[in-house]
Design a protein around this ligand. Structure first.
Ligand SMILES: Cc1cc2nc3c(=O)[nH]c(=O)nc-3n(C[C@H](O)[C@H](O)[C@H](O)COP(=O)(O)OP(=O)(O)OC[C@H]3O[C@@H](n4cnc5c(N)ncnc54)[C@H](O)[C@@H]3O)c2cc1C
Length: 569
């Protein structure tokens, strides 16, 4: 939730000289901004399009260790991600929550022993008490107070060990399995979130530490003084106005675009590998069409591959694919072939008959791959974070995962601190991310109604829900749903424009809410998004013509993003 208006943020960017400027408003850049500011740096962060509009809105929304990385024996990475998973549940309990995952065996299938072995390792690596590292035990003691004999908090979430459950229990957890008469299933736990809301929440905390942050600001070049980075040249995308942001340190957190800032410096000096993106596609369908309840299910998808079906915002989220991608990166459209592949894998496992007409939304993101020439041997480097320091002093951070954003940010800011010879330990492991709502924050909702809205507000906004409901209380029209059949309400549009920098219908539908990928067929016409455009227009001072053109721009954006495969067919 931002304090500065766009006008004031722009003025501050132009006038102030910062310690640090961060380029890129995905989870990595947001994390760096929060970490640096909480260690006492003055920080600016600029994003070309919208917060999280890159890969950070296109993930599978899991905060996880990554069971599949165990196959490559990336034990350190899995362990690190599992520790971060634990921490995220503690720091943002309203936004990062555990979900049961099932690996069912059907018919004559034997339980896959390799999965059992992998899950045993996953259990061991997720353990923070017994078997916890000395450093972690020290941290736990430090958090409770030195010399304290107080026991660790029993309320702390710790995943249960995996176990095998009988078929009936599996079918209770995932109703879509019932008709298949499953023999048994492995049950383990991982966590889920809303990737965009995670980014916005991190930025909201950064704002409290005085970070100046703005979207619609593209970095065009590095400014150098005496060979050293001294800030960035920018262009405000709407007005085209060019200006400079002065800063002693420049952090490049532009994800798959990392080699577009100073390409010669990045490739020649740091030997950052040239990346060959691979596309990961996801679709959502109604739980009426594939009822997976509140548990996730791992689904075989041929050739030893698996996909998953996850419960998310009341829908079933199915993903993901992994295919070479050569298109442009600003709008990554899910291919029809990928959508059909996901639906066909689900159909053959669950014996369903899902087609593109059942899809309630689709999206795709790209992972960076090191191309070895042989596509079958391409190495997925996206999970491994790398920090590059080049001759100008610019720090470029690439790779990693949504889950490990905090560690990546720490890595960057540790290097800043080290090269300045300062002593400033990282604080983000102890900084709550947002505040969970309590019952009084949601008291404005009837005790016996609005269950879906109550759940949604708690998850998405935590304590800030009270503010949204206050606005809705002042104007009843704001309690109306943005899209029929979905719980999101029009008051959220106002909040998005007033406190979260949203500037377009797409910002609201694709990122502040996720309706664009949850209810795409309901948002096919200008009329269907009219109320969103009108509320944005009233808040941002648009003319009637601008309101109309923003509704139309949504249709173009939705088509470019390919969120509605049935409409595209
Ligand atoms: C299909 C898929 C599924 C995934 N699922 C998971 C998962 O379930 N769990 C998990 O932990 N991880 C997952 N990941 C990984 C995770 O999503 C990424 O590691 C993470 O989102 C990358 O964040 P980032 O901030 O580095 O990059 P991005 O989110 O791409 O942010 C970079 C930003 O920089 C901006 N930018 C670029 N150039 C400029 C410029 N010149 N000026 C200003 N701004 C600029 C872009 O607009 C963009 O917003 C997944 C990745 C993919 C592809």
């Amino acid at each position: 939730m931002w304090v500065l208006s766009r006008k004031d943020a722009l003025a501050a960017l132009k006038a102030e000289e910062f310690d640090v400027v961060v380029i890129g408003g995905g989870v990595t850049g947001a994390g760096v901004a929060l970490d640096a500011a909480s260690r006492g740096y003055s920080v600016a962060i600029v994003e070309r399009a919208d917060w999280a509009s890159g890969t950070s809105s296109r993930s599978s929304k899991m905060v996880h260790g990554g069971l599949r990385y165990l196959q490559n024996f990336d034990l350190g990475l899995v362990r690190e991600a599992l520790m971060e998973r634990q921490l995220m549940v503690e720091l943002a309990p309203h936004l990062v929550y555990p979900t049961p995952f099932l690996v069912p065996s059907l018919g004559d299938d034997r339980r896959n022993r390799m999965i059992g072995i992998g899950l045993n390792m996953y259990d061991v690596m997720a353990t923070t008490r017994v078997g916890s590292s000395r450093r972690e035990r020290k941290r736990e003691t430090a958090l409770r107070g030195e010399g304290s004999d107080e026991a660790p908090d029993p309320e702390r979430w710790a995943p249960d060990r995996h176990r095998t459950i009988p078929g009936e229990e599996a079918a209770e957890l995932v109703p879509a399995l019932a008709a298949l008469d499953p023999r048994e299933a492995y049950l383990f736990y991982d966590c889920q979130t809303d990737d965009v809301r995670l980014v916005l929440t991190i930025l909201g905390e950064a704002d409290r530490f005085g970070v100046v942050s703005l979207i619609g600001v593209e970095v065009t070049e590095l400014i150098q003084e005496n060979g050293l980075a001294a800030g960035v040249s920018c262009r405000e995308t709407e007005s085209g106005e060019e200006f400079e942001v002065k800063a002693q340190n420049v952090i490049n957190a532009t994800g798959v675009w990392a080699d577009r800032i100073r390409p010669e410096e990045i490739h020649d000096e740091a030997e950052v590998p040239r990346i060959a993106p691979s596309r990961g596609t996801h679709v959502t369908v109604s739980q009426d069409d594939l009822e997976i309840g509140t548990a996730a299910c791992i689904v075989p998808a041929g050739e030893d591959r698996t996909i998953f079906a996850l419960p998310w915002y009341g829908r079933t989220l199915i993903g993901t694919t992994d295919r070479d991608y050569e298109g442009e990166l600003s709008h990554i459209e899910p291919s029809g072939e990928d959508v059909d592949y996901l639906l066909s894998a689900v159909n053959s496992f669950f014996a369903t008959d899902l087609s593109r007409s059942h899809v309630t939304g689709a999206y795709a993101g790209v992972r960076p791959l090191i191309s070895t020439g042989d596509p079958r041997k391409s190495v997925d480097i996206s999970r491994k974070a790398e920090l590059y320091e080049t001759s100008s002093g610019m720090l470029t951070i690439t790779g990693g995962k949504l889950t490990t954003w905090r560690r990546m940010a720490k890595h960057v800011v540790d290097r800043l601190v080290e090269r300045e010879g300062r002593v400033a330990p990282c604080r983000t492991a102890d900084l709550p991310l947002g505040m969970p709502a309590d019952d009084s924050d949601l008291a404005a909702l009837d005790a016996n109604g609005h269950d879906a809205l109550r759940t949604l507000l708690r998850f998405r906004y935590g304590q800030f829900s009270a503010r949204i409901l206050r606005l809705a209380g002042e104007d009843e029209a704001l309690m109306a749903p943005i899209s029929n059949g979905m719980p999101d309400i029009l008051a959220e549009v106002l909040i998005a424009a007033r406190f979260e920098q949203a500037r377009s219908v797409g910002d609201v539908l694709l990122r502040r809410t996720r309706l664009g990928i949850l209810a795409a067929p309901e948002l096919r016409t200008e009329e269907s998004v009219g109320p969103v455009a009108e509320i944005l227009g009233a808040e941002l001072g648009w003319s009637e013509k601008e309101v109309a053109s923003s509704a139309k721009a949504w249709l173009d954006e939705a088509a470019a993003e390919g969120i509605d495969p049935a409409a595209a067919a």
